[in-house]
Design a protein around this ligand. Structure first.
Ligand code: HEM
Length: 224
């Protein structure tokens, strides 16, 4: 499973579990489609629909398809910490010296869901958080990620080059699917497990191959 399809699968699963959010999104998309002169929602409108954008951002925040990655220090350095940690010998450290060649684990999900930055509801899926000003604790932390205070697409010279395209893909696919189809959890929903591969993928029970059962029903244009 690739990164964007992992994000899409997670978004559809969350929308299936949150029918109220799914319906709000459907109404936003249908209104935009009704106002469009062509059959499709124009690009400029699609990328600026606030609720669609919030749903995508919130999924990419809480469930980054690449949950962690590694880097190797190319030179000796010192990492400053925002709050002290206690070492094995009991000493309190405010910074960590790193020698060249050290492998560094980068916990993307942990940064994206840090309650010190995102406040106490950091581990909840709440698209509406993106419709209000973001917390000052987050803004002042200056997370280095290339996208939206998140580490989802990592940071620096080797950051993801495809993050704008990934969001566009998500928005195009969601706009088509959610307008005309309703998604609900399948009977086997409790057996779905999100496997922490390099790219997170849904599996069911003991079957190692990715699959995501959902109940999909057509919805008419004039019904909710
Ligand atoms: C939701 C979708 C995506 C996510 C979450 C994602 C995430 C990431 C992450 C975390 C990295 C850094 C990996 C590492 O160095 O350890 C990366 C690198 C990369 N991504 Fe993405 N990506 C996504 C979609 C895409 C798309 C659609 C493309 C291309 C159209 C793309 C192209 C690349 C490339 C070429 C790199 C390597 C950059 C380099 O090493 O200089 N990605 N991506």
């Amino acid at each position: 499973m690739d990164t964007t399809s992992s994000a899409m699968a997670r978004t559809l699963h969350l929308l299936a579990k949150h029918p109220d959010i799914q319906e709000t999104l459907r109404q936003e998309l249908r209104t935009a489609a009704d106002e469009a002169e062509d059959a499709d929602i124009p690009y400029e409108t699609l990328i600026s629909l606030p609720y669609l954008d919030a749903v995508c951002r919130e999924t990419l925040r809480l469930h980054p398809p690449v949950p962690f990655t590694m880097r190797v220090a190319q030179q000796d350095t010192v990492i400053s910490l925002s709050k002290p940690v206690t070492g094995r010998d009991g000493s309190r450290m405010q910074e960590i010296p790193i020698t060249r060649g050290t492998h560094i684990f980068i916990p993307i999900t942990t940064s994206n869901t840090n309650p010190d930055l995102w406040l106490e509801d950091a581990r909840e899926w709440k698209p509406e958080r993106w419709l209000s000003p973001l917390p000052e604790t987050l803004l002042s932390a200056r997370v280095p990620g290339v996208y939206s205070h998140l580490m989802t697409f990592i940071a620096g010279n080797r950051a993801c080059i495809g993050f704008t395209m990934a969001q566009l893909e998500m928005k195009v696919v969601l706009s088509v699917l959610i307008q005309s189809l309703s998604f609900a959890p399948a009977l086997r929903d409790s057996e779905i497990f999100w496997q922490m591969n390099t790219v997170v993928a849904p599996v069911v029970g003991k079957n190692p191959h990715p699959e995501l059962p959902l109940i999909v029903t057509p919805v008419c244009a004039d019904t909710g």
